[in-house]
Structures are given as C-alpha cells and as structure tokens.
Design a protein around this ligand. Structure first.
Ligand code: BG6
Length: 490
C-alpha cells in the first residue's frame, strides 16, 4: 500500500517565534518531512523571525540541530537536511515596534504571487502587535494566511478578544486555528469510519449507543511548563480543545461534504447543544485530580506541587460526564477524561453500544458483552470492533468477547505523518476543514466557562492521585454511579 504525495504550490512560511520550542520540536521537523516526501515545489522558503539577533547561517545551524534532535535517526537524511536548511532565512524583528520589519518587507518583495503563511508560534499576547505590523507593512497579499495556536484564550471573554484582535487584520477565511489533534491520522479515520461505511451510521444514536468514552492519558508530567500549566490546568489545556473537538467529530451530524464550512457548521451545533455544567451539578459531573509523588516512565517521579514549588489547586487530571441535548444523543453520556502522570500514554475513543435486548444463551456464565468500537489515536493507531463469538473448539456453546482488530501499523506499510505535517500543508492548500473556526472556539469556551466558575464558587478541590496510577478514586465513582466502568486498555 503506498501513500500519494500531491505537491503544493510554492510558498513562504514566516514563522514568528522561529527560534522557540514549537518551531524547534514540531514545525521545522514537520516541514523537513514534507520536503523529503517530495511535496514542495520551488521556490519555497521558510523564514524564521524572532527577537534574537542571528544571521541566516546561525539560523540554519539552529534548524540543523533541531532536525538532528527531533527526527528519528532512520528518517533523517543528511543530504535532505542540507537541502532543507538552504531554504531557510531569518529576520530579527520586534513584534511590538517597527524594528526589523523593513528587512522582512525586503525579503518578501517579489514573492507576492506565492502563498504566504504567517505562523504565530508565539504567546497570544503578541498576536495583535504582529498582525498590526503585518498590515502596516503592507505584507498582506491575496494568498496570505495566518496560523494561530492555543492557548486561544483562557475563558470566553479573552477568546473573544483574541478573535476580535485577529479579525481587525485578517478575514476569517485567512485564519487557520490549529488544534493538532484534528491532524492526527485516526481522527480523520473516525470520519472515514462514520461516513464512508454504511454499517455504523444507522446505529450511531441513542437507540443503539449506551455511552461514549474519550480518554487522553499521558505519562508525562509538567515537562518544564509549570508557568503556563499552573495558569491553565487540564480543563483548559486539554478538554476545551482536544477532547471537545474529538467529541464533536463523534457526535456531529453527517456534513453535506468535507468542505470546511459544512464540517464546522456541524461541529458548532454539537457545541451549542452541550448541557450546561455549573455550581448546581459540578460535584456530580466533574472530578478534578492532581498527581502526587509516585512512579512513572520507569522510575520515581515528584508530585505536581514539588515540581511547581508552591501550593496550587490546579488540576492535572479531569473527568467529566458531558451530555448533548439533541435528538440523536438524548440520554447518552460522553465521559471525558484526561490526565498527566497516568500509567501510560494512550488516547482512545470508545463507543459502547447497548446490550442485546434478550440473551438466548441462558446460563449465568454466558455473559453477552455489549459491542464496543475502540478508535485508538495513539500510541498504536488502530480500530477495534469488539464482538461476541462462540469460543472455538469443543465444550459446548460458550461465548467469548473478542476484537476485530485493525492495527494500522500492521496492515499498512506507510509512514504516519505527524499531525503538524498535515496541518502545515493544509494551510498552503487553503483547506480549513481540520481547523477551528472562531465561533467554534468561542462555543467551546461557553461550555467550559461555567465549569471553571463553578469550581471557583464551590471550591471544588483537585483530589490527589499517585503518579503512575489512573487518577483519583472519585473518577471511578463518577462513572460507576451510572452502572458503567472505564474502558481498560490493558
Ligand atoms: C498539548 C498540551 O496541546 O497537547 C500538552 O498543551 C499535551 O499539555 C499535548 O502534553 C499532548 O499532545 P500529544 O499529541 O502528545 O497527545
């Protein structure tokens, strides 16, 4: 099975925050892979921009080091990397003043016909100044796009403000808001599974589905991001964007086409149908957790507060029972959970179908398990359909619960691109299907905001859990109270 590479038009990517962590770990390696796959047309340039003074050669050396560190050795090719850094340029400029912008203007002169993408790999407080400088320096062409990434606000008010700031300079169709989960291979497979097969859609509703679980567990802890994380917490960092987006893709109505507006309209309807969680029900519908010292990644690890160095009630784990008030999903809970310092890194969507209405198999040991569809996003992308079969061999009619297992690595011999590879080139292709529209981001905050307020009002505490375990015991209570259990991926 081979993958198909469709070259994109020549482009200039201008990366603000070009020497930062995101550029180093994700953006430069992703662009390298796309070049190696033969997807670039010439002349294509990548221009790093940031405050620090650097020559073009120094930036190329920085990029080469980034590639060597962040690309798997078997995927790294020195000649390819040499070719890649040759297309890099650098400008030292200041987001908040005029300094350096004329140099960028000079570098972009004559390339007005190319796609021009500005990537804001900087904190959101700089989006406004950078956008304004882009406008004032006449850098917006017909083919200009701008890419922004979370945190897209820390509540509804700040998200609106950010959208307004960007809208002063760019039209909505020029704005690409990244949620890198939407670029993951299996997330798109979810759409293929639902809308390219006749099997599932007739069952995809409250008549046949008992509940849905979305689990994004990470084994890592703070990873040196204490400053950011303690102002965010798992609800803002993971749920408001990644988990909510996954929930939308599971729950949305079939869009008329894969066209960006059609898909985003359907996701928006889901967001607007989410049942409000507030001070009246937050203790029943949400659990916050915070890890204490334990063992993870094969050794002892410190607790959150030790890493942070001060007291905090910020959650590193959250479990939520969400409900969607519409015809399709009435009475079907969506249990969301995500946490740091879990036993392992796994992201899964589990569709739990209803049990058969009546078992003809009689004996008490012949439990007929309900069907489950498991869509595993990572680490090993797979789709598993759990069904009941007769246990093979003699011994009478005994039943067994087994998965029809579609592991992508085993079945397809293709390299799985990182989410950023797909998304960065979708910007060049001008395809917004996998990006969030401004109103979607705001609608997600509209659901999250009352939860944050409720936690504050009620003083809901983050319950401790030992690092390397599956979260606080209260999270087990959250689902078991409803007579259900968390899907166990072991
Ligand atoms: C980021 C969060 O958006 O997603 C991080 O800020 C988290 O805290 C990361 O670790 C998880 O992404 P992935 O692709 O590794 O699952």
């Amino acid at each position: 099975m081979s993958s198909q590479i469709i070259p994109v038009d020549p482009f200039d990517y201008i990366v603000f925050g070009g020497t930062g962590d995101l550029a180093e770990r994700k953006l430069l390696p992703a662009l390298y892979h796309r070049q190696a796959a033969g997807q670039f047309s010439e002349p294509t340039r990548i221009i790093g921009a940031s405050r620090s003074e650097k020559s073009q050669e120094e930036y190329q050396a920085f990029a080469m080091a980034a590639l060597k560190e962040h690309i798997k050795p078997k995927e790294f090719d020195q000649a390819e990397a040499d070719k890649f850094v040759q297309r890099l340029d650098y400008v030292a400029l200041d987001a908040k003043s005029d300094k350096g912008w004329d140099i960028l203007v000079e570098k972009l002169k004559g390339s007005e016909e190319r796609v021009r993408a500005f990537y804001m790999a900087v904190g959101p407080s700089l989006f406004g100044d950078i956008s304004e400088n882009i406008r004032q320096h006449g850098l917006i062409t017909d083919k200009t796009r701008v890419v922004v990434e979370k945190p897209l606000g820390r509540d509804l008010a700040s998200a609106r403000e950010l959208n307004d700031t960007i809208a002063k300079v760019f039209k909505e169709e020029q704005v690409f808001r990244i949620d890198h989960y939407l670029g993951k291979e299996t997330v798109q497979n979810l759409m293929a599974l639902r809308f390219a097969n006749v099997l599932y859609e007739p069952l995809w509703n409250s008549a046949h589905i008992d509940h849905v679980q979305i689990n994004v567990s990470e084994s890592v802890g703070l990873e040196g991001r204490a400053g950011y994380y303690d102002n965010a917490g798992a609800l803002r960092d993971m749920v408001q964007n990644h988990l909510v987006q996954l929930m939308c893709l599971v729950a949305m109505e079939p869009p008329a086409s894969m066209d960006a507006e059609n898909v985003r309209d359907e996701k928006l309807k889901v967001l607007r149908s989410l049942k409000r969680i507030d001070a009246g029900n937050t203790d029943k519908l949400t659990v916050r957790g915070q890890y204490k010292a334990g063992a993870s990644d094969g050794g002892p690890v410190s607790g959150y507060l030790d890493e942070l160095g001060k007291p905090s009630n910020i959650e590193t784990y959250v479990a939520i029972k969400a409900e969607i008030s519409n015809w399709r999903w009435n009475g079907v809970p969506f249990y969301l959970r995500t946490g740091k310092r879990m036993p392992n890194r796994v992201s899964e969507i589990v569709i739990n179908f209803k049990a058969v209405p009546h078992s003809i198999f009689g004996a008490a040991d012949q439990v007929v398990h309900a069907n489950q569809l498991v869509i595993r996003l990572q680490p090993d992308e797979a789709v598993q359909q759990w069904i009941m079969i007769k246990d093979p061999g003699p011994g009478g009619m005994r039943l067994r619960h087994v998965p029809l297992d579609m592991s992508f690595a085993e079945n397809f011999d293709v390299r799985h691109p990182d989410a950023y590879e797909r998304l960065l080139l979708d910007v060049i292709r001008n395809n917004q299907t996998l990006f969030m529209r401004g109103d979607e981001v705001e609608a997600a905050w509209e659901w999250i905001d009352p939860i944050l307020t409720a936690w504050e009002q009620t003083g809901q505490l983050a319950q401790t859990y030992t690092a390397g375990t599956s979260g606080p015991s209260q999270a087990i209570g959250l689902i078991e109270r409803d007579g259900r259990t968390w899907y166990d991926n072991d």
